[in-house]
Design a binder for this molecule. Sequence first.
Ligand SMILES: *Cc1c(COP(=O)(O)O)cnc(C)c1O
Length: 478
Amino acid sequence: MEDQRGRLRALPSVDEVLSRPAVRALEVRVGRAAVKAAVRQAIAAARERILSGAVNGSSELVPDQDVLSRAQREAAPRLRRVINATGVVLHTNLGRAPLHPEALARVVEIASGYSNLELDLDTGHRGHRSAAIEPLLCELFGAQAAHAVNNCAGATLLALAALGGGGAAVVSRGELVEIGGGFRVPEILAQSGCRLVEVGTTNRTRLSDYAAALDGLPRALLLRVHRSNFALVGFTQEATMAELSALARERSVPFLHDLGSGALELPEGLSETTAARSLADGADLVLVSGDKLLGGPQAGILLGRRDLVEACRKHPLSRALRADRMLLAALEATLRLYRSGRARELPVNEALGARAEQLSQRATRLALELSERGIACSVVESEGKVGGGSMPLARLPGFGVAVQGGADLLDELRRGDPPVIALLREDRVVLDVRCAGDVGELAAAVAKAAGQAGERAPASDRLGRHPSGGCAPDGTEV
Ligand SMILES: *Cc1c(COP(=O)(O)O)cnc(C)c1O
């Protein structure tokens, strides 16, 4: 007790630690704020060690080395590149679609200097910022007009606010979905100022349900929402796009389709409703994401009838949700890859279209690299997922490498440099190679983490944590 009190009294002050030569030298490298935060943390950690009786007589209470490593962590970026070894291609927790190098190069070029973002170079007059990509969007998606905003949730909010006019939005009960990350159709509707009018039942909604709801509604629109992240099977029924479109025309109300996925061209064997299909089937306005199956940056794209797109563009929310130059630069470059027949090169399409034998070879190479580093492992089958709330039933047969280890190893992998996000399957960690990038880099990261996990306490001492640290294993949003 006396010892403990003595040691607490012997703890140095923040200023004392800050004045040590080694700590002062650190300031030059990482800045005073990071060093100060690190010193406070190191002193707090020392206090805890004293209180828990983990300090022996001779050890230094606040070692320079501890301050140093904490300061380095303080100064390092928190948003980091990670290796995606989950096999989920559009993992919302991991940033969805990686950009193509040409899209990245355009971001660097446009954002590192000035650009004609809102200037028409032909006339010298002010232009609007999505003018550069509109013709491309119209051509590729087969739309009369187009407008780009920050993301698809924003596009949906904007369209409902601009076209709903505070009236009713008629939606099937089978489509009142939650996409994830706080996007719930009824809540977005409420925010848009529209009144939700639910029709039909969870599993069956007929055209006559919509028609009956529209009777006696002075201002209304029809909204169809793509189910995206779940499937309805069994005793089900829904009105077709053509039926809804005919009804909308007959009653002179707009027909909106919140489609989400944004697919333009998918690898063989995968199919998803495209915006072109939706427009051809009679939707007046279709809303899609940029960073899902399109394989571009985060974006929301409105496509369809000119008068409706113009009404959205002119609405005040359009300004609040506007696309920035980096989004526009990356989106334009991504669209140009489609236009020049190079869509297959997009990272999302490469990952989705990877053949099983290709993945098997990659997994074999990873297993070899790991074995050379003394890690016992085996190649296993591992089914990938599209993720990002797209195509929940699509099967992507693939391969991974299983290594001995549980939640401890998973934690070490995630805390590594670069962090590796892997899967826990029973008592083994599986590294799916589909989206994991360079095999050599992954092997080195796994070897480092396996060493760390080996030195730590066994899993029984560290109970009670979600094995994947809160990151949804299937790419849905949590
Ligand atoms: C994903 C999705 C959204 C949200 O798109 P974000 O680009 O993430 O904002 C909206 N609607 C549907 C149907 C979706 O699938």
